[in-house]
Design a protein around this ligand. Structure first.
Ligand code: C5P
Ligand code: MG
Length: 163
């Protein structure tokens, strides 16, 4: 007998990228035009969307984005992370679940992200089909311990919607 689906499932994701001059910094689908440095990556290096995508996959035990989108594959070079996220969300929906809320911690020494909180939350919410109030965003510095990288941790709650 197939067990009945859990009413809720938690997903957890993490991503980090090294920062270097001459690279764009994009977080949650929002480009930060005044950032001095950006993410070194095979794709567009959006650590927020990569971590959210991994959180979605992990919630349904579907592996991780490296399995679905290997960074050794030429077709994934420069891939827009919004495309990755949307495809992962499709897998979650096909599995009968939908995101209920999401919580993110972004660790980055510079620049300050506070002024972009509403924009990043709105962008992530729109991509996940959530309200902005269902996206929790915390920004942290590394207190100088990791000035050369951006790191993102994400939990997502997935609710059974049938299917
Ligand atoms: O890391 P720390 O706790 O000292 O950060 C203090 C505050 O600075 C955070 O609570 C957050 O509101 C803000 N911050 C920010 N952008 C960052 C890092 C921190 O707005 N890149
Ligand atoms: Mg990444």
């Amino acid at each position: 007998m197939t067990p009945s689906p859990l009413p809720y499932r938690i997903g957890f994701g993490e991503d980090a990228h090294r920062l270097a001059a001459g690279r764009p910094l994009i977080l949650g689908g929002v480009p930060l035009p005044h950032a001095e440095r950006g993410a070194v990556a095979h794709s567009d290096g959006d650590a927020v969307l990569h971590a959210v995508a991994d959180a979605l996959l992990s919630g349904l035990s579907l592996g991780d984005i490296g399995q679905h989108y290997p960074d050794t594959a030429a077709e994934n070079a420069g891939l827009d992370s919004r495309v990755i996220l949307t495809r992962c969300l499709d897998l979650v929906r096909e599995g009968g679940y939908a995101p209920a809320n999401v919580a993110l911690v972004v660790t980055l020494d510079r620049p300050k992200l506070g002024p972009l909180r509403a924009e990043i939350a709105g962008s992530v919410a729109a991509l996940l089909g959530l309200a902005e109030t269902e996206v929790g965003l915390s920004f942290k510095t590394s207190e100088g311990l990791a000035p050369d990288h951006v790191q993102v941790r994400v939990t997502v709650l997935l609710a059974w919607v049938g299917g």
